[in-house]
Ligand binder design. Structure first.
Ligand code: ASN
Length: 563
């Protein structure tokens, strides 16, 4: 059952989305040597289409293009109003080299992760255009690399180029933009053929059909119909840590391998792979629920067990399109006893990229990697004991009442009552908004009881949702003069929205310490240095700004630099 759309839509302030173009069919043109990626996507493919351009000619916007914080102005466009009464303002940032996705590897994943990291505080959401061939791998990799993600990152592509008369590119991109700009889904997702999948659950199932992707072990997070996009909020992952957004780059794909078991496979073949120089991890695609031939005199099991003894992590995933690896049959049980980790219902793409991510983490050991491979980090596998909450039908009035009751409880600082309401509504009431667009987190930002704010942050409340006046919870906490609330929100990755900065800077003249804590560059203000912000990543130079709409937000100081 899905929740009504009004609750978590960003209707009100205009959403800002950065479209990152990596290549793929979606931006390809015909050439004598076949389809090749082409530059100038905004001008050639988007500007002439009324669905992508309302003709209002918004000014250029800044995009941070490197780790020094260098900013460049790029032209932007605005969509006409959606059925949710919101518009999306977006710009397109093309990578220097546009690739067919069959050539994208860990270097490309790093480039995408860094671009998102550099521009995180400037945008409400990100859309990544990518070829379909290796799209499921990139989605999975990014889902692990983007740690404590608080904003939507939606990857899409197409089977036919946008510039071809009959194509799926137009609807895939428009659907991605609408979802990114209207719904606070803080996950790496894949939007294709009117469905939004969790990125690390998706797999390519057709080389030619428009329905090129599926996520056989996880229902879609949202589906677009002729009426609207229905989000299944109960399936959406929510933040559960008080942590900043950060990225882990340079996944270790050079020391992992993937091997598909087949009838008659020889233990020597498997041994040869396991003895590859420097190998640290292997994904084994096994039969059915995780079975593999034990080999003559258990030779295969011995080869696997020996490699595990040498510190190689071996993870078993099923060759079937759906279902899970679990040691129910004797051969599967034998593998498990030998130390092979059951990858449960992970896709091969998720298992391989997760292994590469865990091996790249500082201080990783074979034991820690094996342990984390079997648990869900980003919703990539279904843990057996996890219960799925389903909301009964027809409860909208009750939910609205509960939201109002929550408002009173928060204002009174009544934690007990807050917990009572959350027991009934589960966690997803936290991203619901009242008539003025305030979520429970907005209310808690000025609650007399700081632990209510902490409780919401630990149970999935988004720090990035803005009310109808465009205010974030952080802005409200600072306006109310509450340093503890401000500090806690900042710790959770909250930052002032670019639109809030001019007013925040005015407030900062009265209360510099408090507003500095909220993220205003008070020192820069004192020096009258409006275009520059010093952060952990160096000086970010605003330069001349032709943006009369005011998208001149600064890159906030994030506590962690990209690795
Ligand atoms: N070869 C293309 C790519 O992955 C396929 C596509 O995008 N449909 O880049």
């Amino acid at each position: 059952m899905t929740a009504p759309d009004y609750e978590s839509s960003l209707s009100g302030p205009e959403a800002r989305v950065l479209i990152i173009v990596t290549g793929g069919t979606i931006c390809m043109r015909r050439s004598p040597s076949g389809f090749v990626p082409a530059r100038g996507f905004l001008k050639s493919a988007l500007a002439p289409r009324p669905t992508f351009n309302d003709g209002s000619n918004p000014g250029p916007v800044e995009v941070v293009i490197n780790s020094e914080g260098e900013r460049r102005l790029y032209p932007s466009l605005r969509t006409p109003p959606s059925s949710y009464d919101g518009r999306v303002r977006y710009t397109v940032y093309e990578f220097e080299e546009l690739l067919d996705s069959s050539s994208i590897d860990a270097k490309g994943w790093t480039q995408i992760a860094r671009t998102i990291y550099w521009n995180y505080t400037l945008c409400d959401a990100f859309v990544v255009l990518h070829g379909t061939d290796s799209l499921a791998y990139t989605c999975s990799a990014l889902s692990f690399m983007l740690q404590n993600l608080g904003k939507p990152v939606i990857l899409t592509g197409s089977q036919a180029p946008m510039l071809e008369l009959q194509n799926d590119a137009t609807d895939n991109l428009l659907g991605s933009l609408i979802v990114a700009g209207h719904f606070m889904i803080p996950e790496v997702c894949l939007y294709f053929n009117y469905k939004l999948f969790r990125g690390n659950r998706a797999t390519k199932v057709s080389a030619s059909a428009f329905a090129a992707f599926d996520s056989p072990n996880a229902l879609p997070l949202a589906v677009t119909t002729a009426m609207r996009t229905q989000v299944a909020w109960e399936r959406v992952q929510k933040p559960r840590h008080i942590e900043h957004f950060s990225i882990q780059t340079n996944l270790d794909t050079t020391h992992v391998a993937c091997l598909r078991i087949f009838p008659g496979i020889q233990p020597q073949m498997v041994d040869a792979v396991l003895k590859l120089d420097g190998l640290r991890g292997l994904v084994l695609e096994t039969f059915g629920a995780g079975n593999a031939p034990g080999g003559q005199d258990n030779a295969m099991t011995k080869v696997l067990a020996d490699a595990i003894q040498r510190g190689i992590v071996i993870v078993s995933v099923t060759q079937c399109l759906s279902g899970s690896v679990s040691p129910v049959y004797a051969p599967g049980m034998t593998l498990s006893r030998a130390g092979v980790v059951a990858g449960q219902d992970m896709t091969t793409e998720a298992a391989l990229t997760k292994l590469s991510y865990l091996l790249a983490l500082p201080d990783s050991t074979p034991e820690s990697v094996a342990l984390h491979m079997a648990t869900s980090l980003r919703g990539e596998l279904t843990e057996q004991s996890q219960t799925v909450f389903r909301h009964p039908d027809g409860v909208l009035p009750e939910r609205v009442k509960n939201l109002a009751a929550m408002g009173y409880a928060v204002a009174q600082g009544n934690m007990e009552k807050v917990q009572d309401i959350m027991r009934v509504e589960q966690d997803w009431i936290l991203n619901d908004a009242d008539y003025s667009g305030n979520t429970p987190l907005h209310m808690a930002a000025t609650s007399p009881n700081l632990s209510i704010l902490r409780h919401f942050l630990l149970h999935g409340g988004s720090v990035h949702l803005r009310n109808r006046a465009g205010r974030t919870p952080l802005f409200l906490a600072a306006s109310a003069g509450l340093p503890d609330h401000v500090g806690l929100l900042r710790q959770s990755g909250a930052h002032l929205h670019a639109d809030e900065l001019p007013v925040a800077e005015l407030h900062a003249r009265q209360r510099p310490v408090l507003w500095e804590l909220a993220g205003v560059d008070v020192m820069g203000l004192k020096m009258g240095n409006k275009g520059k912000v010093e952060g952990s990543e160096g000086v970010l130079d605003g330069g001349s700004n032709g943006d009369e709409e005011g998208w001149n937000g600064r890159v906030d100081v994030l506590s962690r630099s990209p690795r």
